[in-house]
Ligand binder design. Structure first.
Ligand code: ZN
Length: 159
């Protein structure tokens, strides 16, 4: 089996059997909604923080297989990580999706399977949606906001 086939299977598995997909998350302090109008992806992400650590992440939404599978893989990769470390991992994923090298390969877990998506610029925002929502949720948590809604505009780097 080639790496590409393996990665494809991993993505498909997350799409068919999403991890941490739920409409609510008990005790979550932050809820962000991100959308990617380019593809029509809609994502809700809830974050529960304890001791400055990602205690739990739950996502829900509707979108293409890449966006939903990537959010699922993200939820596993960041669980139990200190907030700054989770942000650093999100940045490693972002750089990978922009073809700027693969850092923290082991820590990205199944997130690594999305590196081939970097070859398809129109799908990059789909793969980034969950990770950028996480980054935003951490920022919201730190600033004391409870909810935030972000829509990516064409050409904007998700922030
Ligand atoms: Zn999409």
């Amino acid at each position: 089996m080639s790496m590409e086939d393996l990665y494809h299977d991993i993505i498909l598995d997350h799409y068919k059997s999403p991890r941490n997909r739920a409409p609510e998350l008990e005790g979550s302090q932050v809820h962000v909604h991100h959308s990617n109008p380019l593809c029509g992806d809609e994502l809700d992400l809830r974050l529960r923080v304890s001791d400055d650590t990602v205690d739990a992440v739950a996502f829900d939404g509707e979108g293409c297989s890449i966006s939903m599978a990537s959010a699922s893989a993200m939820s596993q990769a960041v669980a139990g990580r200190e907030l700054g470390d989770a942000e650093d991992l999100a940045e490693a994923f972002r750089l990978m999706m922009h073809g700027e090298g693969v850092k923290r390969e082991d820590d990205l877990l199944d997130g690594i399977a999305f590196q081939g998506v970097a070859k398809f610029p129109v799908r990059v925002k789909c793969a980034l949606l969950g990770w950028m929502a996480l980054r935003d949720a951490i920022e919201s948590y730190r600033s004391g906001e409870e909810a935030r809604r972000v829509t990516y505009d064409d050409g904007d780097e998700p922030a």
